[in-house]
Design a protein around this ligand. Structure first.
Ligand code: ADE
Length: 246
């Protein structure tokens, strides 16, 4: 998959795109990223890319010229182009999954008060939000989007990670995790987790995930209860118990 990001601040991206799972995905050739500095396309002698909004108001708005020319220059014509904006469709697992199947994506990052509407309209951009809060620009939002989309590209995660996200636990919040030592300053790891009985460990994790989801995200819990899933007899019993509790 190739993702081209158009931004006035390309220097913000380096460490995020080159580290950890994204870095590995790039090394493996599963993900390619290109950063386009919109400022490079400005015909203004000061390389200006924004101006005051018509109608008044605070902040600055990205002008059409550098954005149009940058989009044309990087081959975005006819392609799927996202514009990161708090007005957009909320990014969730369905959208991430859909985007991960694209071969090519373009993302425009705005700053300050946003971009001239003609950029969004003329390039048929899809506005995408990462949450009901306002960031100072689209850069961080686009990195969040790239991160969660890239990990869904087949081959990006290890088999083990991929198996976990496709398992019975999907749709639930993750169960509590523990590591060594078994006892730390009087704080103990639940006995079952170091007992070596994989069936009991799995059932503990399932119950823990169910309880946590029911308490913190009743909306997800309800959706999970209603969803199609194949459960063993033991899993079904745990689900019924947790479901019927207050
Ligand atoms: N730009 C500013 N705030 C944003 C948000 N919440 N989501 C996406 N892009 C943004």
């Amino acid at each position: 998959m190739k993702i081209t990001v158009l931004t006035q601040f390309p220097e913000m991206f380096g460490p995020v795109l080159d580290s950890s799972i994204l870095g590995r995905a790039k090394e493996k050739g599963l993900l390619k990223t290109e950063l386009v500095n919109i400022r490079d396309y400005s015909v203004d002698k000061h390389r200006k890319t924004d101006d005051a909004p018509f109608g008044g108001g605070y902040g600055m708005v990205m002008t059409p010229q550098p954005a149009f020319d940058a989009l044309k220059g990087c081959g975005a014509e006819g392609k799927r182009i996202l514009y990161m904006s708090p007005r957009g469709r909320m990014l969730d697992k369905d959208l991430a999954c859909e985007l991960s199947k694209e071969e090519e994506l373009f993302i425009l990052c705005g700053h300050y008060e946003g971009v001239d509407q003609r950029i969004i309209d003329a390039w048929s951009m899809e506005e995408v939000s990462i949450g009901d809060y306002i960031l100072t620009g689209g850069e961080l939002a686009s990195m969040v989007l790239i991160d969660c989309v890239a990990r869904l590209i087949p081959g990006c995660l290890s088999d083990e990670d991929a198996a976990v996200s496709e398992s019975i636990y999907s749709g639930l919040l993750e169960y509590d995790q523990y590591t060594k030592p078994r006892e730390f300053r009087g704080l103990n790891v639940p006995d079952v987790l170091w007992g070596g009985n994989h069936r009991l460990i799995h059932l503990w994790q399932y119950e823990n995930a169910l309880r946590l989801t029911k308490k913190r995200r009743p909306d997800l819990f309800e959706e999970y209860v209603r969803s199609e899933k194949s459960l063993t007899k033991d899993e079904k019993k745990i689900l019924d118990t947790v479901f019927s509790e207050y």
